[in-house]
Design a protein around this ligand. Sequence first.
Ligand SMILES: NC(=O)c1ccc[n+]([C@@H]2O[C@H](COP(=O)([O-])OP(=O)(O)OC[C@H]3O[C@@H](n4cnc5c(N)ncnc54)[C@H](OP(=O)(O)O)[C@@H]3O)[C@@H](O)[C@H]2O)c1
Length: 317
Amino acid sequence: MSVGGALVFYSAFDAPGEWTAALKAAMPGLDVRVARVPDGAVEGDPAQVETALVWKPPHGFFSAFPNLSLVINLGAGVDALVARDDLPDVPVTRLSDPHMAQMMASFVLFAVLRHARDIPAFEKAQRERRWHYLHPRVAGEIRVGVLGLGELGAAAALEIARHGFDVRGWSRSPKTLPGIACASGIKALPGFLAAADILVVMLPLTPQTRGLLDAERLALLPEGAAFINVARGPVVDEAALIGALRAGRIGAATLDVFEVEPLPAESPLWGMENVLVTPHLASVAIPASAAAQIAENIRRVKAGEAVLNRVDPGRGY
Ligand SMILES: NC(=O)c1ccc[n+]([C@@H]2O[C@H](COP(=O)([O-])OP(=O)(O)OC[C@H]3O[C@@H](n4cnc5c(N)ncnc54)[C@H](OP(=O)(O)O)[C@@H]3O)[C@@H](O)[C@H]2O)c1
């Protein structure tokens, strides 16, 4: 395809070399400019930059580029991007990559199986050199509630259902997914929580979902439920979650995301036997598979067509 303007890349977490190679393979001749971390400085004429592929660039980053026509969030979660007051008035898109969905679904499946098969209990027993037989539960008797049935949430829900679990899903608007009992809207939430032996949080962080799982709602979960959060920490009241885990009201948790990241060394979560902490890596953007959709959206902008995977900054996701 023919490419016009330059693309600026900013991320402190992703390898610029890999992304540059993947983008150039998808768009030969593309002028990729890697911005310096952390100040965002870029070489060359900024007026030539038309596309920004970014993960958490510094404040004021976009104002350097007067001819931006597309901002691509280098990931699925756009909360940090849409909350900025310096976002230019151009289409904003997120990555929507089947490999990313697959990576997320496999992580969620791992976490669900870990709880469903009582693996933490066996890990503890092994440390104590103790033969600890717990009769396995049948998957179909375990109710797994998935909050958020979006691109990644739906893939995860379907993957869990494929393994025979009784999967229920909850979203803002009504959804139909094969083999998943779908509910929607805030009124359905209490009943949904009360029927989740394992709860999986896959909601974007928006003004509506921030603090959604507070002490009162966490108390609705069945006694001893397992809790998995792979979405965003602030969707949950972390102090209330810690309290419920300490009391055994929530039996165990797998947490990939936290109110503050990196999780501070003094967080009690690190030392809790019934908690697995992973450092926000349930799913990541994969350059080779993401490059094709980036190329397609650049083509669409040049052709005056609607972009794919557009984010609604007003809605927050
Ligand atoms: N841990 C990691 O490594 C990692 C990696 C990637 C992404 N993430 C996180 O995972 C999140 C989910 O990703 P995704 O691609 O599945 O998101 P998505 O495609 O934007 O879908 C969001 C889902 O949440 C629902 N939702 C949004 N606001 C709601 C509300 N107020 N009440 C009820 N449901 C609501 C949406 O309902 P509708 O269907 O009705 O719109 C939709 O089903 C991302 O936003 C990101 O924060 C984490």
